[in-house]
Design a protein around this ligand. Sequence first.
Ligand SMILES: [Zn+2]
Length: 70
Amino acid sequence: MWLLKRKRKQQSAKQDYRGIPTHVCPCGVQVFKVKCIFQNGEIALWFTDAECVGCGALVTAPTPVDDIVN
Ligand SMILES: [Zn+2]
């Protein structure tokens, strides 16, 4: 039981960096988990709500119209 409570506490402590589209999480990891739709073997659509694979923080995934340089 204490293990479940501890796990819930860790999940709620995730950092939330959503708002500014980015290619890199503040922890330095560039791999994100995103929801996407494939068409003809390519990604046709993706949601901008993403999660960092390294630290689990919530980030905003970039899109072509964001025109960011990082
Ligand atoms: Zn991270």
